[in-house]
Design a protein around this ligand. Sequence first.
Ligand code: A3P
Length: 288
Amino acid sequence: MASRLPLKMVGDMPLIGYFADNWENVKNFQAEEGDLLIDTYPKSGTTWISEIVDLVLHDGETKTSQRGAIYERVPFLEFAIPGMPTGAEQLNEMKPPRFIKSHLPVHLLPESFWEKNCKIIYVARNPKDTLVSYYHFYRMAVVHPDPGTFDEFLHQFIKGTVSYGPWGAHNKDFWKIRHQRDILYLFYEDILEDPKREIRKVMKYIGKDLPEDVVEKIYKRTTFKAMKDNSMANYSTIPSSIMDQNISPFMRKGTCGDWKSHFTVAQNELFDEYYKKEMSDTDLTFRF
Ligand code: A3P
């Protein structure tokens, strides 16, 4: 049974307490040539892109791609909760090439990912929707500290004191090195706008040439509705003592702009100031 531990620091980054306690195993994780990493700041569309990539890897074959829950098919590297196998343990039992999920920022990713030149797919999402999604996730996933009120959480997000630290640096650091390191950098809002275009980008990146009817099949299988109804994708197989979907479902809204129903005018002004400052040293931009 998990409980709301305070976050603990891993280097300069606050992290879920249980995950931080397992840090040595994460730091020393050996990525191998051919491993494929999905990296995101939390709540940016990790599960969505994981489902898409897994289907692409399996030629759209739902039978093979639905062989287990998303967190079994794509182990979460830094995952550690008492009584469950850790992400590193799961991965160490799999034969490379593996498909790995992480939320770690560039500077805390285990060295081996860089040494082995692993392909990395990064998904970024506008910070207002990310923040709203993260707030509801903190409420329902009890490994996080209590988020407090929305206003309190917004201030923590701006300060960068939420789990995985500052949103800005995370997104900008991957953006900076995307060409140097052969990173496919995607946006949640782009996938919403034209999912098939983004599925084709993924195919090109991982060297899969699939016919249009398969692209169509992958698209249909990864709509918000299809994934919300799919127990292999919607986290309903995680005990409610860890993720209480009665508080807030994992597949919550799946839209762009839900922040408008959460932010007050004052919060929006404060956030715009933060965003302007964060983005003053980058050409990375977001759609809201
Ligand atoms: P909301 O809370 O805004 O609904 P992650 O997988 O990184 O934790 O991100 C979760 C967010 O992605 C949630 O956002 C969830 O609803 C959204 N999401 C997951 N699958 C999706 C899909 N197929 N289409 C659109 N959004 C999706």
